[in-house]
Design a protein around this ligand. Structure first.
Ligand code: AMP
Ligand code: MG
Length: 339
């Protein structure tokens, strides 16, 4: 297939090999949908005939988004996640399917990242004022120590057969670093079920693309750079059977004693990450895993992050803040996609 965009612009492009085997375009046109969810915006572009019944498609999208919020939001008092966090000590809690699927995946990433990613970091997130409980500000050491004692992915026991999780007492789940990505996957799944195979789904900057557009081109997206004014070549990515997610301190943070306090917490010491990473972008077929790993690698930092990405074969791009400048590091799997 011809990659006209790349040839025209002389930018760096990332193209998964699957593009070479893409079926020819089927015709139809691009339909766009958008709205708000999970404290951010969402958008969907899909290819269908001009007579697509929008009243069938929108409820399918909205249903998937609402399902994630109703089950996994830390902000909705009625969410299943909040129910788990409030549950009595030493009780097993049956979880709805999607919640269990995300929690099991989060636990795996916690294990593989040796706790850099931790779905039980809810009390720490609250302590630093990034959860629903408290306003922003640096907490006392005692508050952090208490929250640290409350957290710990090893305390999270799951029963796969019964789709249940054990509440040992005071364990506070926070799935904000993975649920948006899962939401993207779930919307994509629902569109597939409607027979809509070509789509680009986005929630708060996390994206997943499948199929090609009516002109035969894959869904091209531009990877954002923390410094909009940077003299960097733009990086274009063909999202063909691929997702992309970014975790970065340039989106949500506050200043304390002249330093940036990131909303990403290192659960191993209970403190916000403070190394020089501005952002980590991960490409993966599943957006849930792109989302979780971008956070995990962001916590691991500019040295351990690329090392683990290479060991696990993850396609990741690290933007390291160096004074006023930025330096880019790429894992081997990311490098392989660069043309
Ligand atoms: P993201 O933007 O995907 O990196 O997710 C950041 C959000 O995940 C934060 O706002 C917290 O709610 C939560 N969080 C912070 N630190 C961690 C961590 N180390 N592991 C898992 N979730 C975290
Ligand atoms: Mg994430």
């Amino acid at each position: 297939m011809s990659l006209g965009v790349a040839a025209r612009t002389m930018r760096r492009v990332l193209v998964p090999a699957s593009v070479d085997h893409a079926p020819p375009p089927l015709g139809g046109r691009v339909h766009a949908f958008s709205g708000r969810t999970m404290g951010t915006s969402w958008s969907v572009r899909l290819v269908a005939s001009a007579r697509l019944p929008r009243h069938h498609v929108l409820p399918a999208i909205q249903g998937a988004l609402d399902e994630v919020v109703d089950q996994m939001s830390t902000w909705e008092a009625g969410a299943d996640l909040r129910r788990f966090n409030r549950a009595a000590p030493a009780t097993w809690q049956a979880l709805p399917d999607s919640f269990f699927e995300v929690l099991a995946c989060a636990r795996d990433v916690a294990e593989q990242s040796a706790g850099a990613f931790d779905p039980t970091a809810g009390a720490l997130v609250d302590a630093w004022g990034f959860g629903p409980a408290a306003p922003r500000g640096a907490p006392d050491d005692a508050v952090v120590l208490r929250a640290l004692a409350q957290a710990g992915w090893r305390r999270l026991e799951l029963d796969t057969a019964r789709r249940a999780a054990h509440q040992p007492g005071g364990l506070a789940l926070d799935l904000s670093a993975i649920a948006k990505g899962f939401g993207v996957d779930l919307v994509a799944r629902r569109l597939d079920a409607l027979g809509i195979e070509s789509h680009l789904v986005e929630i708060g900057g996390e994206l997943r693309g499948s199929g090609v557009k009516p002109d035969g081109q894959p869904w091209w997206v531009q990877l954002e750079h923390p410094d909009q004014a940077a003299d960097e070549p733009e990086t274009l990515l063909a999202l063909h059977g691929l997702s992309v997610a970014t975790s970065g301190d340039y989106r949500r943070w506050f200043e304390h004693d002249g330093t940036r306090v990131s909303h990403t917490i290192d659960p191993r010491d209970g403190l916000p990450i403070r190394h020089g990473l501005a952002s980590v972008t991960v490409l993966h077929p599943q957006c849930m895993l792109a989302d979780a790993w971008s956070t995990a690698l962001n916590v691991l930092g500019p040295v351990d992050g690329p090392a683990l990405a290479n060991r696990l074969g993850l396609a990741a791009r690290f933007i390291v803040r160096d004074g006023l400048h930025f330096e880019e590091r790429r894992s081997a799997a990311f490098e392989k996609l660069l043309h």
